[in-house]
Design a protein around this ligand. Structure first.
Ligand code: NAP
Ligand code: GDP
Length: 324
């Protein structure tokens, strides 16, 4: 069954609607014209319901009675927060995901699109990694809690299909960044943590401290591109198997290259120090986006330098109320 076969317009509940990706989807739908006539879109934050709690999850689903769900809500953080809190990443995310998926099932939701991540891929593997390889071996030890919880979404989606025929699916974004991200220096993901550190190093005329060697490789995708792609997945993608949402392998860059783009965007001319006493995390997790490009051969990604500039400009303009 496709979303098109639902009678009447969709009522879409977006869990995690106040976060980085949720805000991008909101922009695409509510401001860039993706919303269709009669559709309703509801963007939730943790203030509307703590989805770790089953009763609160049920209550918020009862209140909005969605036909479709984009499930983004999760405990999310950068490498160093994962290393400190693997247990919380595992337990919170297992509970949130089971509460959301099971409540969606019980309330007859037609389609759920959840979010996995390329950091859940096996640590020891061949490259590039594709959608068929998610479960082929243990994830990197730095974020095994989050990774195992996320992998279970894929298992659960297949089980809902097997027993009930539901088309619940998941996307696998690589490293996402953009406006409304968490810019916290200790807990955020690399680009936004470095943007904040660079902003302060320029302001205070100090050295910029980057953690690790700068050598690991990443595929970064701008949040607005993820927003557009997730709306396409909700409307058009009919598989239960997940799909990687990423720029190509040729667009993979080192952390050092990305740091230099941030320094350029923020016009930082001071010293950059790489603290090699800090973990590098996974050296690479190169993902293959061939499945996506087969479906959408003409999709154009925002170039990394442009996305970084847009995000730095947003951060500077919104410094007083950005998440830091
Ligand atoms: P984010 O900016 O940290 O936003 C997280 C969202 O989840 C917020 O809306 C937050 O609500 C909500 N949330 C957290 N705990 C909750 C709880 N207990 N109950 C209800 N809501 C809760 O994260 P994001 O980067 O947008 O990530 C969205 C999804 O994409 C996640 O599933 C994440 O795993 C996945 N993903 C992210 C990346 C990345 O690089 N960022 C890459 C791959 C996959 P509040 O605003 O109220 O706190
Ligand atoms: P990952 O892609 O899942 O590993 O998560 P991150 O977005 O946290 O990126 C981690 C990579 O960026 C590692 O190679 C870190 O060594 C490097 N890195 C350098 N400086 C920072 C920083 O200030 N914060 C974070 N989170 N990572 C940093």
């Amino acid at each position: 069954m496709t979303s098109q076969s639902v009678s009447g317009p969709m009522r879409v509940l977006v869990t995690g609607g106040s976060g980085l990706i949720g805000k991008a989807i909101e922009q695409v739908v509510m401001k860039d014209g993706e919303k269709r006539e009669g559709e309703q879109w509801i963007f939730l934050s943790s203030k509307d319901a703590n989805l770790v709690d089953l009763e609160q999850t049920r209550a918020v689903f009862e209140k909005h009675r969605p036909t479709h769900v984009i499930h983004l809500a999760a405990k999310v953080g950068g490498l160093y927060l994962h290393m400190r809190e693997n247990l919380y990443f595992l337990r919170d995310n297992l509970r949130i995901n089971d509460n959301v998926l099971q409540t969606a099932h019980e309330m007859g939701v037609t389609k759920v699109v959840s979010c996995l991540s390329s950091c859940i891929f096996p640590d020891k593997t061949t490259y590039p990694i594709d959608e068929t390889m998610i479960h082929n071996g243990p994830p990197h030890e730095s974020n095994y809690g989050y990774s195992h919880a996320k992998r279970m979404i894929d298992v659960q989606n297949r089980a809902y299909f097997g027993q009930y025929g539901h088309r619940y699916t998941a996307v696998i974004p690589t490293n996402v960044f953009g406006p409304h991200d968490n810019f916290n220096e200790d807990e955020g993901h690399v680009l936004t943590a470095i943007m904040n550190k660079t902003y302060k190093a320029k302001r205070d005329n100090t050295t910029l401290n980057v953690w690790g060697s700068g050598k690991p490789l990443r595929q970064f995708i701008f949040s607005m591109d993820i927003g557009r792609l997730m709306v396409w997945v909700l409307r058009e993608y009919d598989e239960v198997n997940p799909i990687i949402l990423s720029v190509g392998e040729e667009d993979e860059v080192s952390i050092q290259e990305a740091v230099e783009m941030i320094a350029e965007a923020l016009e930082f001319k001071g010293q950059i120090h790489y603290d090699t006493s800090m973990s590098d995390g996974q050296l690479k997790k190169t993902a293959n986006n061939a499945k996506l490009t087969r479906y959408l051969p003409d999709f154009t990604f925002t170039p990394l330098r442009e996305g970084i500039k847009l995000t730095c400009d947003w951060f500077v303009k919104n410094y007083d109320h950005a998440r830091t």
